[in-house]
Design a protein around this ligand. Structure first.
Ligand SMILES: Cc1cc2nc3c(=O)[nH]c(=O)nc-3n(C[C@H](O)[C@H](O)[C@H](O)COP(=O)(O)OP(=O)(O)OC[C@H]3O[C@@H](n4cnc5c(N)ncnc54)[C@H](O)[C@@H]3O)c2cc1C
Length: 489
C-alpha cells in the first residue's frame, strides 16, 4: 500500500489549498515545499479578493458573479485575513467615459448577492480625503466595495488547517525525482536528508517551476504555457484616505494604490513575460518607472524610483503569456491513464477563485478513491470563527484581555491570528511576560508560536510572510531575531 493517497509538490496557494481540501475529505496527504510556504508568487499577488472590473469589461459576467459570490465566502471563512474596503476611481474621461464606469459599477452591484457591503456611489471629492491626495481637481470619484487579503498568511493558515486535518506539511523539502507506475515513487531532499515516499496520486503545483518540474523531476511533457512576472512597489504612505485608489493608466490598465501596513502604500501591478529561474525574480527598473509614472498621473505627491522601500515580484505560468495576465481560473490538467497513477498539474489563477480551483482539482480524483463530499466553503480557517462585521469588536475584546497592547498592535494581531490569539499571547499580563522584543512589535512569544505552529524557520519567514514587520525592523533587531530563532531550534 502506498504511504499516502496524495502527494503535492509546491507550497504556494494552489498546493496548500489542495492539501486542505483533500485532507478534509479524508485523504492521507503529504505536501513538499522546497523553501517556505507562500515564498514565491503567492506572496506577490495584488492582494485583492474581488469580482475584477477588468473581467466585467471583457463581458465575463458569469465569472464576475461567481467571483463576487466567492468574495462573500472568503469574508465568512477568513474574516481576519480578508477585509472589506472602499475602492475609489477618480472620474475623468481620458480613458473611459464616466457614464461607462458608472454603468459598470451599477452592474457590478447587481451581480453581487446581498452580503452587507455598501453599494457603489458617486462621491464629490472636491473637499474629501480621497480628493486631497490627488494633484488635479477631480470633481467626483466612483466608490465601490471589494476586499483585500493578506495573501501570504492565507497560504500559511490554509496549510495549518490542512495539517490540523491530518495532512503532513514539509518545508525545506525539495522533490527531486518522481517515478510513475501504478503508484508514484518520490525522492525528496528534506532539510538535507534524502527520503523516499510513495503516493497513489501526485499534484504538480509548482507555479513558475511547473514546466521545469514536469521535464526534470517527473520527466513528463511540460504544459503548453509561458511564464509571466508580476510586480508591485511599496512606498511610504501617500494619502490619508482608507480607500484603495483605482487608476486608469494611459495604456488602459487599472493600477491599484492600496493602504499597506499602516504607514505604507502598495502600488501595482506591472506584468510581462518572464525568462529565467523563477527563484531569482527581480523587478526590472522599467516596471518600477512604469508604476511611478502611473501614480504620478494622479497623486499630488510625486513618487520617484528612489522612494520605493521594497519591490514585490512573482512568476507564474499562463497559457497565453502574450496577454501578460493570468486567467482567473488558472490551468488544471488531469492526466489519468490506465494502470498509471494519476497526475494533476495546476498553475496560475488568482486568489479569489483559489478555493474553488482546489475543490475542482480534488473532485477530479473521486474516480480513483472514495472521499467525502466538498466542504471548504463552510469551514473557517484557523482563527476565523467570528463575523467579519465584528472585526473591531474582536480588537476591543483583545485590548480588554491584554491591556498592555496598544490599539495598532491589537489590530495587527487580530488581523494575523483572529480568535486564535490566545495561543500566541497565553495568560500574559504584561509585555515583559512575552519575552524579548524585536523592534516595536515582535515578541519572543510570537516568534516561538510561529516557529512551533506555522513552520517559520528563518527571520524572513516571519518578517515578510507571517507578518510585514520587515518594513519597520532595524538591522540590529533582525540580527537579534536571527540569534533568538537559532536558540529556539
Ligand atoms: C503574472 C501574474 C499575475 C497574477 N495576477 C493575479 C491576480 O490578478 N489576482 C490574484 O489574486 N493573483 C494573481 N497572481 C498571483 C497568483 O495568485 C499566484 O500565482 C497564485 O497564488 C498561485 O500560486 P501557485 O501556488 O501556483 O505558485 P507559487 O506560489 O509560486 O508556489 C509554487 C511553489 O512550488 C515550490 N516548488 C517549486 N519546485 C519545487 C520542488 N521541486 N519541490 C518542492 N517545492 C517546489 C516553490 O518554492 C513555490 O513556493 C498573479 C501571479 C502572476 C505571476
Amino acid at each position: 500500500m502506498a504511504d499516502y493517497d496524495l502527494a503535492i509538490i509546491g507550497g504556494g496557494l494552489n498546493g496548500v489549498s489542495i492539501a486542505r481540501d483533500a485532507a478534509g475529505r479524508g485523504l492521507r496527504v503529504i505536501l513538499f515545499e522546497q523553501g517556505d510556504l507562500g515564498g514565491a508568487a503567492s506572496s506577490a499577488t495584488p492582494r485583492l479578493v474581488h469580482g475584477d472590473l477588468s473581467v466585467l469589461e471583457r463581458r465575463g459576467f458569469w465569472r464576475v458573479r461567481r467571483a463576487l459570490a466567492e468574495r462573500g465566502t472568503w469574508l465568512k471563512i477568513a474574516p481576519h485575513l480578508v477585509r472589506p474596503m472602499r475602492f475609489a476611481i477618480p472620474s475623468h474621461s481620458d480613458e473611459r467615459p464616466p457614464w461607462l464606469v458608472r454603468a459598470g459599477l451599477l452592474l457590478y452591484d447587481r451581480l453581487t448577492r446581498r452580503n452587507g457591503l455598501p453599494p457603489s456611489a458617486t462621491i464629490d471629492i472636491t473637499h474629501h480625503p480621497v480628493g486631497n491626495a490627488l494633484k488635479r481637481p477631480f470633481g467626483t470619484a466612483f466608490e465601490y466595495s471589494d476586499c483585500v487579503v493578506d495573501d501570504a498568511r492565507l497560504v500559511i493558515l490554509t496549510a495549518l488547517d490542512a495539517a490540523e486535518r491530518g495532512a503532513v506539511i514539509r518545508t525545506g523539502a525539495r522533490c527531486v525525482r518522481a517515478d510513475r507506475t501504478d503508484i508514484w515513487r518520490l525522492a525528496v531532499v528534506d532539510r538535507g536528508h534524502r527520503r523516499a515516499i510513495t503516493a497513489r496520486a501526485l499534484v504538480n503545483a509548482t507555479g513558475g517551476w511547473t514546466s521545469m518540474v514536469a521535464e526534470t523531476v517527473l520527466r513528463q511533457k511540460p504544459p503548453a504555457a509561458g511564464a509571466i512576472q508580476i510586480s508591485q512597489i511599496i512606498v511610504r504612505r501617500l494619502f490619508e484616505s482608507d480607500d484603495v485608489y483605482v487608476f486608469q493608466h494611459s495604456d488602459g490598465r487599472l493600477i491599484f494604490a492600496s493602504p499597506f501596513e499602516r504607514d505604507f502604500t502598495l502600488i501595482g501591478t506591472a506584468t510581462h513575460p518572464f525568462k529565467g529561474d523563477p527563484g531569482i525574480v527581480a523587478m526590472p527598473a522599467a516596471d518600477v518607472s512604469y508604476l511611478c509614472e502611473a501614480a504620478n498621473r494622479y497623486f499630488r505627491e510625486r513618487v520617484e524610483p528612489t522612494d520605493v522601500v521594497r519591490t514585490v515580484s512573482g512568476v507564474n505560468l499562463a497559457q497565453d503569456p502574450a496577454q501578460r495576465r493570468l486567467t482567473r481560473d488558472g490551468a488544471l490538467v488531469v492526466d489519468a491513464r490506465r494502470r498509471r497513477a494519476p497526475l494533476i498539474t495546476i498553475f496560475g489563477g488568482d486568489v479569489t477563485i483559489s478555493r474553488l480551483r482546489a475543490e475542482r482539482a480534488v473532485s477530479r480524483l473521486t474516480p480513483f478513491y472514495p472521499m467525502s463530499p466538498r466542504w471548504t466553503a463552510g469551514a473557517v480557517l484557523p482563527g476565523g470563527d467570528f463575523a467579519w462585521q465584528r472585526f473591531d469588536d474582536e480588537v476591543d475584546v483583545v485590548r480588554d484581555r491584554w491591556r498592555f497592547l496598544a490599539e495598532p498592535q491589537a489590530r495587527r494581531l487580530v488581523a494575523a491570528y483572529g480568535s486564535r490569539l490566545s495561543a500566541v499571547l497565553g495568560e500574559a499580563t504584561s509585555r515583559a511576560d512575552l519575552g524579548p522584543t524585536f523592534g516595536p512589535e515582535l515578541t519572543g512569544a510570537e516568534v516561538r508560536y510561529l516557529m512551533t505552529t506555522e513552520w517559520a524557520r528563518f527571520p524572513d519567514d516571519i518578517l515578510w510572510r507571517r507578518s510585514k514587520l520587515g518594513l519597520t525592523m532595524s538591522q540590529a533587531d533582525r540580527d537579534a531575531l536571527a540569534a533568538f530563532m537559532a536558540s529556539v531550534c
